[in-house]
Design a protein around this ligand. Structure first.
Ligand code: PMP
Length: 457
């Protein structure tokens, strides 16, 4: 492997050289780096500036982890204050004033009834580790092993979290994992029952209830059910509130703990502080990460105290006391709450959905527009193909790839997601301005039109 330029090659810019070295030296499993071949050197709010001086509006926001966008002043101030205070930066899970303050801020924002009797477990700093902790906690508490999880669900990449994730491609290269019963997640546009709407939602709940009660259904009594209130990686699919309440009823009646994975939906993203607030359900455990660290790595499991029967060290890990993340996270939690950013996300989300639906009326390659708050998906389809009984056409991942590229060329960072990687996922910061909303819509519309137009659609 050589990293020097060929004798007559154009001299590369510093940014190009970094990208070239990355391609040579980093893993084939790298992801976002493939989608966005840029070298960010500066960022503020929603704007990212590349080494080549180009500026981008960032609708990826660190995979939904930047509630306040990049380098928000309150986050920077909290980090600087902590650095200047001489506080130790890394402390396993020892008590610190910063962790104490983070825990207070977290418990103050969580639904009051849940927080009143909750325990917080600090995990290794990734959502997937908190998912592992949640599954182990409930296995310990119930003495059972199995888990109920949903089609389209995404919970992380470590073994247990991957086992409850739906994405087949991410799993099939690996040996079989633990026993997971896969249940249908209601998805109106691509309804697994060909029904859609409330009928599809009702059948999905009925199937789950009947399966659990069927002595020949093949499901050993599980340790937990894990669910996202809005599926993120699954393609911005919101669960209907009534269906979630049904999942709560069904699990409660059968003594099955309910874990809600709010790694992506948490902290105002869906237009409520926590996505469980839309349906009003009280989970047994909530898994939190991404935004709660205010752009630094942090993950926690919060659960009802009656489950707190596991032993000291039952889920340990070295990096569970990142002082800067506690400070940045507490500042972010307080800022989102004090400035009504969940409400703002709800309001901007409604506007975006309305505008994007308008665009769908004009551009048949947009098959579906959906989401909740600032967790929005635009599914691109093959407009020439026949629609199924729910009006859905086949997803068009090749078109989506070209649209993502066209967006980047127009200064817009949008990642793809969804079952077939054909969903443009909009996850802007909750601080997005009205002007930025307009710019996102204009660039997105222009990108889709240019790509679809060039194919004669
Ligand atoms: N759960 C959900 C709902 C997620 O969206 C993600 C990440 N996209 C995870 C868990 C895993 O988090 P992490 O990537 O930090 O391990």
């Amino acid at each position: 492997m050589t990293l020097t330029a060929a004798p007559n090659a154009e001299p590369a810019t510093a940014g190009e050289a970094i990208l070239r070295r990355q391609r040579v030296r980093e893993s084939a499993a790298r992801t976002y780096a493939r989608s966005f071949p840029i070298v960010p050197v500066r960022a503020a709010g929603m704007t990212v500036e590349g080494a080549d001086g180009r500026r981008y509006l960032d609708c990826l926001s660190g995979a939904g982890s930047l509630a306040l966008g990049h380098n928000h002043p309150v986050v920077l101030a909290a980090i600087r204050r902590t650095l200047d205070s001489g506080a130790p930066l890394h402390l396993l899970d020892l008590a610190t004033a910063e962790k104490d303050e983070f825990t207070t801020a977290l418990l103050e924002t969580l639904p009051a009834e849940f927080a009143a009797r909750a325990k917080v477990h600090f995990c290794g700093p990734a959502g997937t580790d908190a998912v592992e902790a949640a599954l182990k906690l409930m296995q310990t508490a119930t003495g059972r092993r199995g888990t109920l999880a949903f089609t389209g669900g995404y919970h992380g990449m470590t073994a247990g979290a991957l086992a409850v994730t739906g994405n087949v491609a991410a799993k099939e290269a690996l040996p079989a994992g633990g026993e997971v019963t896969r249940l249908p997640y209601p998805f109106s546009y691509r309804c697994p029952f060909g029904l859609g709407g409330e009928a599809g939602e009702r059948v999905a709940a009925r199937y789950t209830e009947r399966l659990l009660d069927d002595p020949s259904g093949g499901v050993v009594r599980p340790a937990a059910m894990i669910v996202e209130a809005v599926q993120g990686e699954g393609g911005a699919v919101p669960a209907p509130d009534g269906w979630l309440r049904e999942m709560r009823r069904i699990t409660a009646e059968r003594g099955i703990p309910l874990i809600v994975d709010e790694v992506q939906t948490g902290l105002g993203r869906t237009g409520a502080m926590w996505a469980v607030e839309h349906s009003g359900i009280m989970p047994d455990a909530m898994v939190l990460s991404k935004a709660i660290g205010g752009s630094l790595p942090l993950a926690v499991l919060v659960y009802r105290e009656e489950y707190d029967g596991w032993r000291p060290g039952a889920h340990t890990g070295t990096f569970r006391g990142n002082t800067l993340a506690m400070a940045a996270g507490a500042a972010t939690l307080r800022y989102v709450a004090a400035n009504g950013l969940a409400e703002r996300a709800a309001q901007v989300g409604r506007l975006l959905l309305a505008e994007l639906n308008g665009l769908r009326g004009r551009l048949p390659v947009i098959g579906d527009v959906r989401g909740r708050g600032l967790m929005i998906g635009v599914e691109l389809v093959d407009a020439a193909a026949e629609a199924d009984e729910c009006g859905a056409r086949p997803a068009d991942p090749a078109l989506a790839l070209r649209v993502r590229e066209a967006c980047l060329a127009r200064g817009l960072i949008v990642e793809l997601g969804g079952r077939q990687d054909a969903v443009l996922r909009l996850l802007p910061p909750l601080t997005i301005t009205d002007e930025q909303v307009r710019a996102v819509l204009d660039r997105l519309a222009d990108a889709i039109e240019s790509v679809a137009g060039s194919r004669g659609e």
